[in-house]
Design a protein around this ligand. Structure first.
Ligand code: SF4
Length: 281
């Protein structure tokens, strides 16, 4: 079997399978060329920064908190959880102190959010894979969705946030949350809805997907009706076809301002460096 790219496999005579997860679908949707260099050619430096490390560490501790919540069946007191977490910890640098403050604020923010709205985790860092299915528009291409959902929360009572019994797939963000319209348009929202629905054995239209800001001061949540869900599926089909047909053209987008492809001189558009003189006073 010939491998065409990091995300597709097949032979010319057999269906090409496209494997899609949330972040890769969003990247392809923003700029196919950036996607190509990151995940097909894999010729960009691995992203690393203090902010990325902070995000990874915070996700890990939030997962610990959620697992303790699921195991105990009751919400852990955040002060006790954090005291046990940091027991014996000796800060070695200002960076370590700053990370600890950040994690403390995140856990307290999340605990407050869960208590206020009556939310209880039923899944933590759940990896879900949808079986491959041929595209309705092109049966030579099959699409598999997979990914990991930070947490699925269950509303234990009625609140202005969610009705009792509702389920909510969460994406903890290490940076600012998206605008609602951005989230509605992002392919990742459809992917999270379909993955959570598959795992919960519920219709995707019964679920919502949400993003939390790092300290849980903000959240944005989105649910789809049947028409919106079909539009989201059509968007995924377009992405899958683009990948299967090796469409890797550049697309000006929000990534252009900090794009490794352009830093390495591989983007033909040179978009972030161009100055539109009409915008100058
Ligand atoms: S600079 Fe913009 S258009 Fe060019 S590869 Fe990067 S994201 Fe794509």
């Amino acid at each position: 079997m010939k491998t065409y790219a990091a995300t597709t496999e097949g032979t010319p005579s057999s269906p090409i399978t496209v494997l899609l997860n949330a972040s890769r679908a969003d990247l392809y949707d923003q700029c196919p060329l950036a996607y190509y260099h990151r995940w097909v050619a894999r010729d960009l430096p691995t992203p690393s920064s203090p902010a990325l490390k902070r995000g990874t560490d915070t996700h890990r501790i939030l997962a610990l908190y959620n697992r303790a919540y699921m195991q105990d069946g009751a919400q852990p007191d955040p002060d006790t959880f954090l005291r046990d977490l940091w027991h014996g910890h000796v800060a070695s640098s200002p960076e370590a102190d700053a990370l600890r403050d950040y994690i403390d604020a995140s856990i307290r923010g999340y605990a407050h959010y869960c208590a206020l709205w009556g939310l209880r985790p039923v899944a933590v860092e759940q990896t879900i894979t949808l079986p491959a299915r041929p595209l309705a528009t092109n049966t030579a291409i099959t699409l598999t969705l997979n990914g990991r959902i930070d947490a699925i929360l269950h509303a234990t009572h009625n609140s202005p946030l969610l009705p009792e019994g509702a389920y909510f797939a969460c994406d903890f963000k290490a940076s600012a949350v998206a605008l609602t319209q951005e989230m509605r348009a992002a392919p990742s929202t459809t992917i999270y809805l379909l993955l959570a629905a598959y795992w919960m054995k519920r219709p995707a239209t019964d679920l919502t997907v949400g993003q939390f800001s790092p300290r849980f001061e903000e959240d944005v949540r989105v649910g789809f009706d049947e028409v919106e869900l079909e539009a989201g599926r059509a968007h995924l089909r377009t992405i899958a076809e683009g990948m299967a047909q090796s469409k890797w053209g550049p697309r000006v987008c929000a990534l252009c301002d900090h794009c490794d492809v352009q830093r390495q001189g591989r983007c033909p558009l040179q978009c972030a460096r161009e100055v539109d003189t009409n915008d100058q006073f």
